[in-house]
Ligand binder design. Structure first.
Ligand code: ASP
Length: 427
């Protein structure tokens, strides 16, 4: 059986068995035992195998990508195109979310009793989130992008800071004499290949890892909450689907010249990895591998755009943030005028840039925005019980959005055309 079919099987089996276990024996001792000793450990090992290569991969691929662009003017142009595409697609996603939530008003009819129950049930978790993160927002975000110490930034997985260092490093490589930069280039190229090999190892584990992650999540998920929050959850999922099936497909077709069916077929390993890990960072290795091997994108573009996208370009997160903030405002009967809604869109885009590419990475920032528009930040407790399923889905859009950006940039730089897409599946 082909690897991607095995991974798919792991996903389906994990979901089916997890949901069954939750429905038949949610409190069973064997289930807790199985989750603690089998499902979660296997999932975590897979996740960690992917995460462990993220820092060397980002550093090597970005600095090589930047150095490969040669001239700093090229870097400026590619960088500007990349950021412009990120902004455009994130904005489209946020506006779509806002539009849907205004039309369907999912928060209007929530029973105040249910509201209170949810607030009480998830209060502690919400407080934990709030304590976790306000510093990554606003002007701090810009300052913190420049690391005081690149090793400590890497150790703390501060990806924007690592990226900044890698970009400066790559740019400087082009400015020193070739005989000085050549050994470094060779080293980084070797490092890159070795890291890609490690990703292959990790992907061999993927069928079991994906099974473990999905089983663990579905067997412990708050399915019962879906009845109360069904309309909200459905709206986020519908919004994400519209953005994927329509917006991203249109961008791929119009800006990348690529048939969306081919694109989505090739993107399958990325979709499954993102869906099961809920982490853009953990999906980055797979994304680079699919971008280069399956879509045939040039490494200097894939290696530059995809790591940047994993940290800065989160279409799914922007859409989800907009919907959630307005939903919670509706639950609390707070009317936001058109100006405040524009602020929500603007802040959703900003949050999507600032959010860390880890499970639930956008939640701490969202509490700040809730407070900004006059909704109590603890209100986030209301949606925490169903967040995982939304996280899995928005992360999928986040990373496939990065891949569409790479397709667009590579084509507009005339370094790639849809004809460069290899036949068959490599990842
Ligand atoms: N989990 C998301 C990601 O890694 C971030 C978030 O929206 O929480 O892309």
């Amino acid at each position: 059986m082909k690897l991607h079919n095995k991974i798919m099987l792991g996903l389906l089996l994990g979901a089916a068995l997890g949901i069954t276990a939750h429905m038949t024996a949610p409190q069973a001792e064997w289930l807790a035992w199985f989750n603690t000793n089998v499902a979660n450990p296997v999932g975590q090992v897979f996740l960690r195998m992917l995460l462990m290569v993220v820092v060397p991969l980002v550093f090597a691929s970005i600095s090589l990508g930047v150095a490969g662009l040669g001239d700093l003017r090229n870097l400026g142009r590619v960088g500007a195109k990349t950021l412009a595409y990120f902004m455009m697609s994130t904005l489209v996603a946020a506006v779509l979310g806002l539009f849907l939530v205004q039309v369907f008003q999912p928060g209007g009819g929530m029973d105040p009793l249910v509201r209170q129950q949810l607030l009480d049930a998830y209060k502690t978790q919400a407080q934990g989130l709030q304590a976790g993160g306000t510093t990554r927002f606003g002007i701090d975000m810009l300052v913190n992008m420049v690391p005081r110490n690149p090793i400590s930034a890497a150790a703390n997985m501060e990806m924007l800071a690592v990226i900044f260092f890698a970009i400066v490093f790559g740019a400087a490589m082009t400015l020193v004499p070739a005989e000085k930069s050549k050994p470094v280039t060779n080293f980084l190229e070797g490092l890159n290949e070795i890291v890609i090999k490690i990703i292959d190892f990790a992907m061999k584990l993927a069928p079991y890892g994906v099974f473990g992650l999905i089983f663990y999540t579905t067997s412990r998920f708050g399915w019962d909450l879906l009845r109360q929050l069904g309309m909200y959850v459905a709206l986020v999922l519908v919004g994400l689907s519209i953005h994927g099936v329509i917006s991203l497909s249109v961008f791929v077709k119009v800006l990348g010249g690529l048939n969306p069916v081919v694109f989505w077929k090739k993107a399958r390993p990325v979709i499954i990895t993102a869906f099961s890990t809920s982490s853009s960072n953990a999906t980055l290795p797979t994304n680079i591998s699919v971008g280069e091997k399956d879509l045939g994108l040039p490494p200097k573009i894939a290696g530059f755009v995809l790591p940047l996208g994993a940290t800065m370009n989160m279409n799914g997160t922007a859409l989800y943030e907009g919907v959630t903030i307005l939903f919670l405002a509706q639950v609390f009967g707070i009317d936001l005028d058109i100006g405040q809604q524009a602020i929500v869109v603007f802040l959703s885009v900003l949050m999507a840039i600032g959010a860390a590419g880890v499970p639930g990475g956008s939640l701490p920032l969202m509490m700040v925005v809730l407070a900004t528009v006059g909704v109590p930040p603890e209100a986030i407790a209301i949606i925490l019980g169903v967040d995982r399923i939304l996280d899995m889905s928005r992360t999928t859009l986040n990373v496939t959005g990065d891949l569409t950006a790479a397709v667009y940039v590579a084509r507009s730089e005339k370094l790639w055309s849809p004809k460069s897409v290899p036949v068959g599946e490599k990842s």
